[in-house]
Ligand binder design. Structure first.
Ligand code: GDP
Ligand code: MG
Length: 783
């Protein structure tokens, strides 16, 4: 039978894994290999995908993909608990104690002053970013969604000035599946770091060691950091670190990144192995007696066959050999084997497949997992079911439960928006606004007294305080919004949302993973676009990026609040919510259009780890908030300030650079007048509105600051626009081109052509929808 038919609660053994290509390799790398025991935990509320437990962790899989996996007859037994050994207290030899696992190869260190570069490599959610922050003391985003780290981040290790450590995206194996995985693999292969710090989640050790084994093959000095040891020992588990060191042949340091334990020791070992270039003592994991030794013989035969090619290309030999046997075309091409050698290679591998009774990818994956099983049996005392896991299961009963999941999602999002926009945000905002007002009064009084030139006064009061100040007061709302989003992400909830929503998103041609960029888009489009790199197919990536502008970013909020407060003070809530919903609705429509036109075809398979829920560490959250606040302040005092001053200048002077007596004569009015005909049909022909919209391309917040500046007192806007045109304006702002920063990130991901297309298409769409709103309003009799 196939895995698709296994019912929740049942366990079976995998017999064969169907499918082909990169996806199949990905299955195998995630531990879905013949012989592994798999248990169905539950189905998503809409019946698809399913949640599996395999090698001690949870994985999602669509039914259509599960249908390709052959299993034995199900048994209702639960996972057999490992014979529990008592974890013994044991000392870990420090660096000074003979350096038992430091062979000191030649004993001749790299010359003094060499920059020691490290790659921080590990599975997603193993705690890389947390460790990176501990090592460098710098601010990094930490997330609990698989693959939050999308960009490369560098930093020097604290107190070690001549070091540079790079936080790489989380990967599961050295076979690239997503574009992030390619980034990590290429970094290790091409940038040739002096050392690798491999972070391993001890609570999920089998899956994590799979990557470790491939890293050892890279023949780069390496230290294994066994993370989450606090959770491990807290639940009665333990690791015989010394035994593991001798099996792996590299130093293994137990740490807890979140609790800052073991970090100093880790640093010492890492710097030491890099300085003395101590390479792993072991790269050979296949035994001559395992299953008749077929895999062993083929790997060694291929190693000899390609030795000279690997050296010529600067590829680690053992890595190249196992990739070749596995069937990795990239490496095969890179090695430039000639026709004879290719044939020889094929024969060796065919012979192995025949003898082993498994195909090449499965045979290699099986060899690796068999070794891991041996390591774990010798060194690891499994914790009893961890409190964290039990808690996760309990929470999941509601958050991914059949009838509760979707209501819970709606309720959680509603709560987040309510708290952000109605409770915490406004409170802080009022506080800040009154502070700014006080300051403005004082400054005004001082300038009055000092008889400051009236032009300068107008710049300072009108430009700086009214413009930038009004934008600044939105900082609390924006930071609060990011706080909640990062809480959802760090805790592991967004991964569940992806699991629950996968089936719905497939209807619009996407996979559950796309929900992450979309939700992040409510914060800011820039990180949203960046986070699409975790999506495994180019088609899904493109489509998701094109949809992110529909999810109102926080920078548009000042605009919404400004108009809602001025025109619909009693219904401001309704208006703002309506705008958010309209954005989502337009996004869905756009997706449907894309699916039928530009991006035909199926969304990629949905294979994703579901991590335990974890409480994000306060330090990481604070760092994130500080980062966002800093980011915002920087924008306020650079882009927005400049935009405001420039607008102030053009609005205050005429062509002869004299102070314009009448704003209508100003340069700005004249320039805006050229574009005004485009907006006149929408009822937005006023030159001040047009300039505000133009400046919104720099940063959405500056729409408000420019409006404040050009309309002066609050009554100005209400006099210039009708209620209907205010609504039209809001709809236009909701949909028109994202700001320069967002467009720049689209360009980085998709190229210049797509960036221009996004600008054009969003503007046209905004105009059309705004027009429809206007027509509808007029039909209903609104002025
Ligand atoms: P990354 O995806 O590999 O960058 O992992 P993160 O650094 O984002 O960490 C994932 C989650 O694990 C976060 O919620 C962390 O707070 C948590 N975490 C990291 N290190 C530890 C640790 O040593 N112990 C415990 N209990 N949690 C940790
Ligand atoms: Mg990370």
């Amino acid at each position: 039978m196939t895995l698709e038919h296994l019912r929740p609660g049942q366990t079976a053994r995998i017999e064969a894994v169907g499918g082909e290509g990169a996806l199949r390799q990905h299955f195998l790398d995630m531990g879905v290999i013949p012989g592994a025991a798999v248990r169905v935990m539950k189905l998503a509320p809409l019946g698809d995908p399913m949640e599996l437990r395999i090698h001690g962790y949870e994985l999602t899989l669509r039914l259509a993909d599960a249908a390709k996996i052959e299993i034995s007859d199900p048994a209702d037994h639960t996972e057999s608990p490992r014979a529990a050994r008592k974890p013994e207290k044991q000392d870990h030899p420090g660096l000074g104690e003979d350096g038992k696992f430091h062979p000191k190869g030649s004993g001749d260190p790299l010359p003094e002053g060499t920059l020691l570069t490290f790659a921080l490599v590990g599975n997603q959610n193993s705690g890389k970013t947390t460790l990176f922050n501990q090592l460098t003391g710098s601010n990094q985003h930490v997330g609990n969604f698989p693959g939050v780290t999308v960009d490369r981040k560098d930093g020097a290790i604290r107190r070690f000035p001549n070091t540079r450590i790079t936080d790489l995206p989380g990967i599961y194996s050295m076979s690239p599946y997503t574009s992030e995985e390619l980034v990590s693999r290429n970094f290790v292969l091409e940038d040739k770091p002096k050392g690798i710090i491999n972070i391993v989640d001890a609570t999920n050790i089998e899956r994590n060691l799979y990557l470790t084994m491939q890293l050892l093959e890279m023949n780069v000095p390496m230290v294994v950091a066994l993370n989450m040891m606090d959770e491990m020992t807290g639940n009665g588990g333990g690791v015989d670190v010394n035994a593991m060191e001798s099996l792996l042949g590299v130093p293994v340091v137990p740490i807890s990144a979140a609790k800052n334990q073991g970090i100093d020791e880790l640093i010492k070992h890492a710097v030491h192995v890099a300085k003395y270039q101590e390479r792993p003592l072991r790269q050979d994991f296949c035994g001559p007696d395992d299953h008749g030794g077929a895999v062993h013989r083929s790997l060694h035969a291929v190693s000899h066959l390609i030795e000279d090619h690997a050296r010529a290309e600067g590829l680690p030999l053992r890595f190249a050999a196992s990739k070749l046997v596995e069937g990795d075309n990239d490496i095969c091409r890179q090695l430039k084997l000639d026709k004879n050698e290719l044939e020889l290679l094929e024969h060796i591998v065919l012979q192995m497949e025949n003898e082993r009774g498994l195909d090449r990818s499965a045979a290699i994956a099986d060899m690796r997992y068999a070794f891991i099983q041996r390591v774990c049996a010798q060194c690891v005392t499994k914790p009893h079911e961890s409190a964290e896991h039990r808690r996760s299961q309990r929470i999941d009963r509601i958050l991914t439960g059949k009838f509760t999941a979707i209501p819970a999602f709606v309720a959680i999002m509603a709560l987040v928006f309510f708290l952000t926009f109605a409770v915490i945000g406004p409170f802080l905002q009022d506080l800040l606004q009154s502070g700014i007002d006080k300051l403005a009064e004082t400054v005004a009084a001082v300038m009055e007294e000092g008889n400051v030139n009236p032009t300068v006064q107008s710049l300072v009061l009108g430009g700086l305080f009214d413009g930038v100040g009004s934008v600044l007061s939105f900082m609390p709302i924006i930071v609060v919004m990011f706080f909640f989003l990062s809480l959802l992400e760090d805790s592991g909830y967004i991964a569940r949302v992806a699991f629950v929503m996968d089936k719905l998103l497939r209807k619009i041609g996407l996979s559950g993973r796309s929900i992450v960029p979309m939700l992040i888009g409510f914060g800011c489009t820039v990180p949203a676009v960046m986070s699409t790199r975790t999506l495994p197919s180019a088609r899904d990536r493109k489509m998701t990026i094109l949809l992110t502008p529909f999810f109102s970013c926080t920078a548009k909020l000042p605009i919404y609040s400004f108009f809602a407060a001025a025109f619909f003070p009693r219904y401001s809530w309704l208006v703002v919510t309506g705008l958010y919903l309209l954005g989502i609705l337009m996004g869905i429509l756009a997706a449907l259009v894309f699916k039928k036109t530009l991006f035909r075809g199926e969304a990629v398979p949905f294979v994703m780890e579901l991590p335990n829920y974890r409480l994000p560490s306060p330090r990481n959250v604070l760092q994130l908030l500080w980062e966002k606040a800093k980011d915002f302040l920087q924008r306020a005092f650079t882009v927005i300030l400049v935009a405001t001053v420039v607008v102030w200048f053009f609005q205050s002077f005429n062509y002869r650079l004299e102070l314009a007596a009448n704003p209508q004569d100003s340069i700005l009015a004249k320039v805006a007048g050229i574009l005004a005909p485009v907006f006149r049909p929408l009822g937005l022909g006023d030159w001040r509105i047009v300039t505000a919209l133009i400046s919104g391309f720099m940063a959405k917040e500056s729409v408000v600051s420019v409006l404040e500046l050009s309309f002066g007192a609050a009554g100005g806007v209400t006099a210039a626009l009708t209620g209907l045109s205010a609504l039209v304006m809001l709809v236009f702002c909701l949909l028109y081109t994202p700001c320069v920063a967002a467009i720049a990130s689209v360009k980085r991901e998709l190229g210049q052509r797509w960036a221009w297309r996004v600008i054009l298409w969003q503007c046209v769409l905004a105009w059309i929808v705004a027009m429809l709103v206007r027509l509808a309003g007029m039909a209903l009799g609104a002025a």
